[in-house]
Design a protein around this ligand. Structure first.
Ligand SMILES: NC(=O)c1ccc[n+]([C@@H]2O[C@H](COP(=O)([O-])OP(=O)(O)OC[C@H]3O[C@@H](n4cnc5c(N)ncnc54)[C@H](O)[C@@H]3O)[C@@H](O)[C@H]2O)c1
Ligand SMILES: Nc1ncnc2c1ncn2[C@@H]1O[C@H](COP(=O)(O)OP(=O)(O)OP(=O)(O)O)[C@@H](O)[C@H]1O
Length: 539
């Protein structure tokens, strides 16, 4: 009798059994092809093999579907990024074109005004030269230097026609006529109005760069400062004592309105009710408006207090004066013992300042439907670190710079640092020390598991994107100036670019002198005993 579970074929073979056996063979070979051969026992019964194959084939289907949907998601995101990038680039190019046309129109007008009445130094030089070239076509002219007030200085004054002359040089010049060109801005060069000054000018076809980093800046008060915010390192008796003394002096000798943190006000009031005049804020909304009231911020503590002060301002930051009451004090150039003299000087002005750039960081969760759906931006003065946190696996981070793939970080993590943060964690991870006025973003790996991964310094206008890919074994953790750890799961990304609000920090002397003094005194840079004169010499 036939097995009730099996139909009979016309030749009396149980169909299901035979097809099952066939399927089994096919499935076995498929499993082997897919690298699951070790799962199929060599001496297993048919039932055991079938069970394993059912599990593996289901697992395979599931895995393939997951992989496929992840791949689709990645492609969709990449397409969206490309589309956004193109839109931004097109808008920027249009804006530059508009500025260029305006500038050109202005130049033509200037040329008309000055024609006939104006000696062109360039032409004069040519006329006096032995190989005199008689210029024809549009006159080459020196326009007044326009520095940023009118947007880009794009005086494109190329001569369109060949100079006419019988001289040999003129003939050679005519033969080697310089091709005209145009420079277009296709990246985030002027994103969010960060770059108000001209970047590149091209006069007579020569590309000339304007200075990108600012020279020493002086801050001059137009009206006397009236409000000072004092921020202090917590749990330090010497800091609290100095704070109380400084508050009294500012109020009584300088008639200054003093703000302190709510914690500090409570502490001081516990000592005496004299400090009732101290101002503070009640909630986050009031705190957000501080920059509209405060003329000068004073910090009493170490570098951590400077970072704390910067983190309080999520937009513009008032000028910051840091008194050293910490151990290292890389960013605290003023000695607290002479605070009266320094404050006297600073309240009068002018103040030599360093604009310490900050990075603006956005976390984009994979769950977000839209790339623009980010969490509140976080501003850092030193760096944002993406590391493996408590995970014991290597971090696996995909990094992009604008739309270009940079690398995959496989190691303990990655530091994206400002130049003023270059002497902090980035330095410890092997990054360069960079003068704080150099505009740039440091890209420093932490313990990379690779012999060839060297730190990079990228230009300040780029946008960096660090993504935890779906095939990462562990999560990553982002921390901001060493604080506020945030977990980044597979698919999450951190987007980082230069923030438009630097921290204007008062210098003791100037930014270069302060920087060099800090690396010598704080970090003992290149400390070595001098070679003695005593010994062999070049004859
Ligand atoms: N391995 C490391 O060197 C390491 C590890 C973690 C954090 N950090 C740094 O600590 C910073 C947080 O500082 P904190 O005071 O809140 O923590 P903290 O008390 O742990 O101080 C870390 C040290 O870094 C110094 N520092 C901070 N900013 C600096 C800068 N721009 N240049 C030179 N030295 C600097 C501080 O003076 C302090 O000695 C982070 O932003 C990070 O740069 C460094
Ligand atoms: N006003 C504040 N409120 C809360 N925390 C603060 C404040 N000021 C500083 N901190 C935190 O206190 C810690 C120690 O401060 P800070 O780094 O200034 O002192 P330090 O460690 O003695 O000095 P240094 O960093 O020069 O060694 C830092 O982590 C900082 O973030």
């Amino acid at each position: 009798m036939a097995d009730p579970g099996h139909e009979q074929s016309t030749i009396g073979v149980p169909i299901k059994a035979s097809s099952n056996a066939m399927n089994l063979n096919v499935a076995c070979s498929q499993a082997e092809e897919n690298g699951f051969s070790d799962l199929v026992p060599a001496t297993g019964t048919e039932e055991e093999v079938r069970e394993i194959l059912q599990q593996t084939s289901l697992k395979l289907v599931d895995d393939h579907l997951v992989e496929f949907s992840e791949a689709l998601r990645t492609v969709a995101k990449a397409l969206r990024r490309v589309a956004e990038g193109t839109a931004i680039a097109t808008a920027e190019a249009a804006e530059w074109k508009r500025k260029y046309e305006l500038e050109r129109a202005r130049n033509l007008q200037l040329k008309k005004q000055s024609e006939g009445s104006h000696h062109n130094p360039f032409n004069e030089k040519l006329q006096n030269s032995p190989d005199r070239v008689v210029m024809s076509g549009p006159q080459i002219e020196q326009t007044e230097k326009c520095c940023g007030k009118h947007g880009i200085c794009s005086h494109e004054i190329l001569w369109d026609e060949a100079p006419q002359s019988n001289s040999k040089l003129a003939q050679e010049m005519a033969d080697a006529k310089k091709a005209s060109f145009k420079l277009c801005w296709g990246c985030n060069g002027e994103k969010s109005g960060q770059h108000k000054h001209e970047i590149v000018s091209f006069e007579r076809g020569n590309i000339t760069t304007a200075e990108r980093s600012s020279k020493q800046i002086l801050l001059k008060w137009e009206s006397p400062p009236q409000t000072v915010l004092i921020l202090t390192k917590p749990n330090s008796i010497s800091v609290r004592t100095l704070c109380a003394e400084m508050v009294r002096w500012l109020k009584e000798c300088k008639k200054i309105i003093v703000f302190v943190e709510p914690r500090v006000r409570t502490e001081l009031l516990r000592e005496t009710s004299y400090f009732n005049f101290l101002r503070t804020w009640k909630d986050d909304d009031e705190k957000k408006l501080l920059h509209t009231k405060i003329d000068l911020v004073v910090t009493l503590g170490g570098d951590g207090t400077v970072l704390w002060a910067a983190s309080m301002f999520r937009g513009p930051v008032p000028p910051l004066v840091s008194f050293s009451l910490g151990s290292l004090g890389f960013m605290t150039p003023f000695q607290s013992e002479q605070y009266r003299d320094y404050l006297d000087m600073l309240l009068k002005g002018p103040i030599s300042i360093t604009l310490c750039h900050r990075l603006q960081c956005h976390v984009v969760r994979d769950a977000a439907k839209d790339e623009l759906e980010t969490e509140e931006p976080i501003l850092v003065l030193n760096e944002v670190t993406i590391d493996r946190g408590i995970s014991s696996y290597l971090t696996y981070l995909e990094c992009y710079c604008d739309s270009s793939f940079v690398t995959c970080v496989q190691g303990d993590g990655l530091i994206l640092s400002t130049t003023s943060g270059s002497t902090a964690y980035s330095l410890a991870a092997g990054g360069s020390m960079v003068h704080p006025q150099v505009p740039g973003i440091l890209f420093t790996p932490i313990c990379p598991h690779s012999l060839s991964f060297r730190p990079l310094i990228l230009p300040e206008y780029v946008t960096l994107r660090v993504q935890v890919p779906f095939n990462s074994r562990g999560h990553a953790w982002a921390s901001f100036d060493g604080k506020d750890r945030k977990q980044l799961a597979a698919g999450d990304a951190l987007i980082c670019s230069m923030a438009p609000w630097p921290v204007p920090t008062a210098c003791q002397v100037d930014s270069t002198n302060d920087f060099l003094r800090s690396i010598h005194e704080g970090l003992h840079w290149n400390l070595r005993k001098s070679q003695s004169f005593d010994g062999p010499h070049d004859s």
